[in-house]
Design a protein around this ligand. Structure first.
Ligand code: PEP
Length: 691
């Protein structure tokens, strides 16, 4: 059922679309014709004189554009709800108008299809009833209309259709209608088309006579016409049978000077005849009078006749003569006939033995350089090679469809390139995102070791804090102090600027471990970090991988971040065992952590041979090692986690070598021993991140 409904809706939509496109197009190519028709309607309600011409002409262009655009929108199923509702409203109004013209008969032809097809008022009413029903079906469920174009391309078709049809109207106003559906098109022999063929059916009329006798009024026909005792009152004649009417039946030319009917002499003239057709000289465009005068001179020179046909008064003819210096003869004809002959005021016709061989708008008249020989030698003097109607229709369709297709193609290419660009951008953003991720925390951490008493430590902490509060660092800064300093130092630090850490913590949770300080205790001082695995603790206090593992677990369990140190001795480096050693240290104490816990680990690579010796690893050596550490972290926790892990270098790092070290992609900062004991030295290293 729903399939049938969709089929019906689409049949209705296509019927409406094709009707609208056709009626819009034929109106658009003949805006003056449409204007005349609108004026006829206005005249029927006595408004024609009140409405200015420019209004009716604009209405003609607008009406054509609305119909054509609606047709195209329906055809492509663009803006389905809006289009279907507008179509229904439009058809409802049109149907009401046709009901009126059917009843009141103010015009003989509705003008729906211009001069292309003429329908009787009854046929028009039937057509509109059918179309309004179709419009109702389509408007009922607009979404049933199958789209012929993606919604992203709709704007293109919409704009193009409107621009195309308005452009067509304006062009045809400037020139002449692309298709000439009127009886006076090129190739027509006027005289022949005025002739009624022998034996053609004659129009039959019946006259009714209204007669009166002794106060009695009665109707009679010719068959029962009464005697003379009846007095004639009135007569009524109606057509009872329409006979043959030749295509041209209203072409009469009278000389403006003598009043003589010269139609036959003009149409039977053996040579060429120019007819300048100006229905109304009062409203005619006089801007090209120079061209007209030159054509007249040319005609005189080459034996061609030249007449101006008009329906104007003597006064207006005289005025035209005054303005333009016209010397050509003027003839009178019916205004409607003249308007039918050519859609230009004035327009020019060239007849050859009564046959129309050329038509020009006053805007595109033949120019003097074209008129450089007798007409029979010129192309304009020959009957044009008329392309067949179907090939002209094809041409028009191509002028609409080809650019539309090319525009759609361009739009698709543009959309595709936009997509590619957005993908690239996305990639770039991803890269930035990745590099942001690579912008893992940069850290400079001080390791005071066992150097400062409480007062000196607090004083140094204060000094560092003040310096960094005054000038915000470009990295995280941590100072790691002996246990006894922690609580006091915590008091003097702005924890948003300087972090605090311990240099160690116990490998036991709590209990009878005299002299030990647990992770929980460290945390309770306000510290956030703890250094574990420092080579000095391993070396002097026998901290093994297992002990460190316990410490790491306890520190993390109590919410501390661990700065976990690793590094090889000189012998190990000389034996090229640094990777192996470091890997074993990490594997023994931190690689057991899960990914979540790993987020709280900071690695500090400190080659033992560089700590406190003044012998720094070169930046390349440090970078190589840190890259290796990152690679094994990646193996264990994945690339992303590795990219997020801050890995520091430690070992005789000072303000002088920090910039070089920190410039390496894998070095995320430093763990600083000796140089962290003086504020200026420490700050100098911190400032390396500003370079
Ligand atoms: C340290 O002890 O962690 C350290 C790197 O020391 P120094 O900077 O003095 O070499």
């Amino acid at each position: 059922m729903s399939k049938l409904r969709v089929v019906i809706a689409n049949v209705c939509r296509l019927l409406l679309a094709l009707t609208f496109i056709l009626s819009g197009y034929v109106k658009a190519i003949d805006p003056l014709g449409t204007q005349y028709k609108i004026t006829d309607y206005l005249a029927a309600i006595d408004l024609a004189a009140m409405v200015p011409q420019w209004t009716t002409l604009s209405a003609a262009v607008a009406l054509a554009a609305i119909e054509f655009a609606l047709g195209v929108f329906l055809l492509f199923a663009i803006k389905r709800q809006f289009t279907s509702r507008l179509t229904l409203a439009f058809m409802a109004v049109m149907t009401l108008i046709t009901v009126w013209i059917y009843i009141a008969d103010p015009v003989k032809d509705c003008g729906c299809f211009g001069d292309a097809f003429t329908l009787t008022n009854g046929e028009t009413l039937l057509k509109n009833i059918l179309l309004v029903l179709c419009a109702a079906v389509v408007a009922w469920r607009p979404s049933d209309m199958v789209r012929l174009i993606s919604s992203s391309n709709q704007w293109l078709v919409m704009n193009y259709a409107v621009v195309y049809i308005i452009g067509t109207s304006l062009w045809c106003l400037y020139t002449l209608p692309t298709f000439d559906f009127r009886p006076y098109h090129i190739g027509v022999n006027i005289k022949q088309d005025m002739t009624v063929p022998e034996g053609a059916p004659q129009t039959e009329y019946e006259t009714t006579f209204i007669m009166k006798k002794n106060g009695v009024t009665k109707e009679f026909t010719a068959d029962n016409y009464p005697d003379s005792t009846w007095q004639f009152v009135d007569a009524r004649t109606v057509v009872t049978k329409q006979g043959y009417e030749p295509p041209i039946h209203d072409f009469i030319i009278d000389s403006a000077t003598t009043g003589e009917d010269i139609t036959d002499s003009i149409l039977s003239r053996p040579g060429y005849t120019f007819l300048l057709v100006a229905p109304s000289l009062a409203r005619a465009d006089d801007s090209n009078f120079g061209d007209i005068d030159q054509i007249y001179e040319y005609a005189q020179e080459h034996g061609a006749a030249f007449y101006c046909l008009t329906a104007s008064t003597d006064k207006n003819i005289a005025r035209w003569r005054d303005i333009t210096g016209a010397e050509y003869p003027f003839c009178l004809s019916d205004e409607t006939t003249l308007k039918t002959i050519i859609r230009s005021n004035p327009g020019l016709l060239l007849l050859k033995k009564g046959t129309i061989i050329g038509k020009w708008s006053h805007n595109l008249l033949p120019q003097t350089d074209e008129l450089n020989a007798p007409l029979h030698q010129l192309s304009i003097g020959q009957m044009p090679q008329q392309s067949s109607t179907s090939s002209r229709i094809l041409k028009v369709m191509l002028t609409f469809l080809l650019p539309l297709f090319l525009l759609s193609l361009a739009d698709r290419l543009w959309a595709w390139s936009k997509w590619v660009r957005s993908k690239q951008k996305e990639n770039n953003i991803f890269q930035i995102f990745k590099s942001k991720k690579k912008m893992r925390k940069k850290i400079v951490a001080g390791n005071w070791k066992m150097n400062l008493n409480l007062q000196d430590g607090v004083a140094l902490a204060k000094e560092i804090n003040e310096a960094l509060v005054a000038e915000k660092p470009n990295c995280d800064v941590v100072i790691c102090t002996p246990f006894i300093h922690l609580a006091s130092v915590a008091q003097v630090l702005d924890s948003t600027v300087v972090g605090l850490g311990a240099e160690n913590c116990a490998d036991k949770e709590k209990g009878a471990y005299t002299g030990e300080v647990s992770a929980e205790m460290v945390k309770s001082t306000g510290a956030q970090y703890v250094i574990l695995g420092h080579s000095e603790r391993r070396q002097y206090y026998g901290e093994t991988a297992e002990i460190l593992k316990e410490k790491v677990d306890l520190a993390l369990a109590h919410g501390l971040k661990v700065i976990f140190c690793c590094g090889e001795t000189l012998e190990e480096r000389e034996a090229e065992k640094q990777n192996e050693v470091v890997k074993a240290e990490l594997a023994g104490s931190v690689f057991h952590l899960d990914a979540e816990a790993w987020k709280n680990i900071i690695i500090a690579y400190e080659p033992i041979w560089a700590i406190g010796t003044g012998k720094t690893a070169t930046s390349d050596q440090a970078e190589e090692m840190l890259a290796y550490i990152r690679s094994i972290v990646a193996e264990k926790y994945g690339q992303e986690a590795a990219e997020d892990t801050s890995i520091l270098y430690g070992g005789s790092c000072k303000a002088s070598n920090a910039p070089e070290l920190f410039s390496k992609p894998n070095i995320d900062g430093g763990l600083i021993g000796g140089a962290s004991l003086k504020c200026a030295d420490f700050k100098g290293i911190i400032d390396a991140w500003k370079k």
